[in-house]
Design a protein around this ligand. Structure first.
Ligand code: TYD
Length: 209
């Protein structure tokens, strides 16, 4: 019998190592014979990648908060309909670098739109799809900032927001995780990639076939 598809989302602030850890988890799952789809938000499908460009390099003077939230929800609706749900229906594991909880933390929390508005957009756009587990990578602000600086990439329109905004994002993520301890695994992102990976594997062990 085919094992049921599972949906894992990686969340956290900038520089937390989501992409590296997503890759390591995908490799570990594939080594167990599972079929894994790796994807990211905003993006993942041609339509959602086009919206990603609008969000991260806004034409004109930048999106008002409501428009920003709608664009993230629109990108997600395309991604869920065209990529994530079909993969889950085929019994695959889907690993997504950011999902709706980023909208809840960034637009809902730090952006001030509130959780109800974001949750309502997600209910409309993506029928409220939730990951089986959210891996929330958390770390001390200074440590994450130095990782980010070492990466040396130019900040996009959201990453370039002030430290106060990013602190509010971290606080919002923590609140979401505390409210749903079953749905979220809070992972200490500080340590070697191998150590963090081991923590993540332990946090999803109960989902393995
Ligand atoms: P990305 O380059 O993917 O950032 P990272 O490498 O940190 O994952 O850019 C995504 C940016 O968009 C990031 O700053 C977080 C932000 N974002 C939101 O504000 N809301 C969302 O719903 C999502 C998915 C991302």
């Amino acid at each position: 019998m085919t094992a049921p598809g599972r949906f894992i989302a990686f969340e956290g602030g900038e520089g937390a190592g989501k992409s590296t850890q997503g890759r390591l988890l995908a490799e570990a799952l594939r080594a167990r014979g599972l079929t894994v789809l790796m994807t990211r938000e905003p993006g993942g499908t041609p339509g959602a990648e086009a919206i990603r460009n609008l969000l991260l390099s806004p034409p004109g003077e930048g999106w008002p908060p409501q428009a920003e939230a709608l664009l993230f929800a629109a990108a997600r609706a395309d991604h869920v309909a065209h990529l994530i749900r079909p993969a889950l229906a085929r019994g695959e594991w889907v690993i997504c670098d950011r999902f709706v909880d980023s909208s809840r933390a960034y637009q809902g929390g730090a952006g001030g739109l509130g959780d109800d508005a974001i949750t309502a957009l997600h209910a409309f756009g993506s029928d409220g799809l939730r990951p089986d587990r959210v891996i929330l990578l958390e770390g001390d602000e200074a440590a994450l900032a130095s990782r980010l600086a070492a990466r040396g990439e130019a900040a996009d329109a959201i990453e370039g927001r002030p430290a106060k905004y990013h602190r509010a994002v971290a606080t919002a993520f923590r609140g979401l995780a505390e409210a749903d301890p079953q749905g979220f695994a809070r992972i200490d992102a500080i340590g070697s990639p191998e150590d963090v990976h081991a923590r993540i594997l332990a946090a999803i062990a109960d989902l393995l076939p």
